[in-house]
Design a protein around this ligand. Sequence first.
Ligand code: SF4
Length: 289
Amino acid sequence: MSITQTFTPTRPIWCAGCGDFGVKGALEKALDSLHIPRHELLLVTGIGCSGTIQNNVRCFGYHALHGRALPTALGAKLANPGLTVVVLGGDGDGFAIGAGHLVHTLKRNLGITYIVMNNGTYGLTKGQPSPTSATGYRNNVEEELDPILLGLSLPGSTFLARGFSGRPEQLDRLTTAAIEHSRSGKGMAFLEVLSPCVTYNDTYGLWRSRLHDVDEDAHYDPHDRGLAFKATLELREKGRLPVGLLFEAQHASLESLVLSSEQAPPAHQGIDPRDHLEAYYDVMRSFVG
Ligand code: SF4
């Protein structure tokens, strides 16, 4: 296989009508419109129905451990900052077991795009409540997590948006803008997509009836963190779901702060793993005594 070749993608295994089809369509349109060579693109995905998307897109991919997609992406981006790294996963993977990584990756402003397909349930394991499940869903007594409010509370965050699988034009625009943001050295772009699970938690109608499009709201200012937080919180308290570009700011990306211009990143240093086999075996042997 040459460097410009990747594998042949398979067809998605999702249920007919799953919101994740909309995310896949928007992602492929964004990658085409930005003319990103597929061999310079890495998809890192989490565990869950949504995580299987890396089998369906022609590029290099890595299906990470549950909740560990973001630290995997961090390693890849710092090793090869020229890569376009897009992380995709679900709300269970990203907001439960992976929640700590979300906080710290936003805080660090790593130059990647993170797209979370939020359906408010664990679809792969038959519909248990997730961190974003509504109160009352399958006897859930907790308040649902709002990942945009979480992102707004972190001073390092620079791009926060929410789309809906049932609004493809806006989702295409937001996906392209998110990838452009991270590719242009501005840091992390976080895009939450309301992506209903038609089998266990079909929220298409409910969510559509609650949408508030801030892109069409002349009073909404996505460039003021305090005002964006206040407006987003007030909309939530009124039962509305704000969608669109919710926040955008300027802040140095992690890779621009920690990588030295005098030393090539690891991926360009011609490191031969065979030269380090003995050291690797030493570490492995140390674990077994
Ligand atoms: Fe999509 Fe739900 Fe089916 Fe999983 S179970 S593929 S989330 S509709």
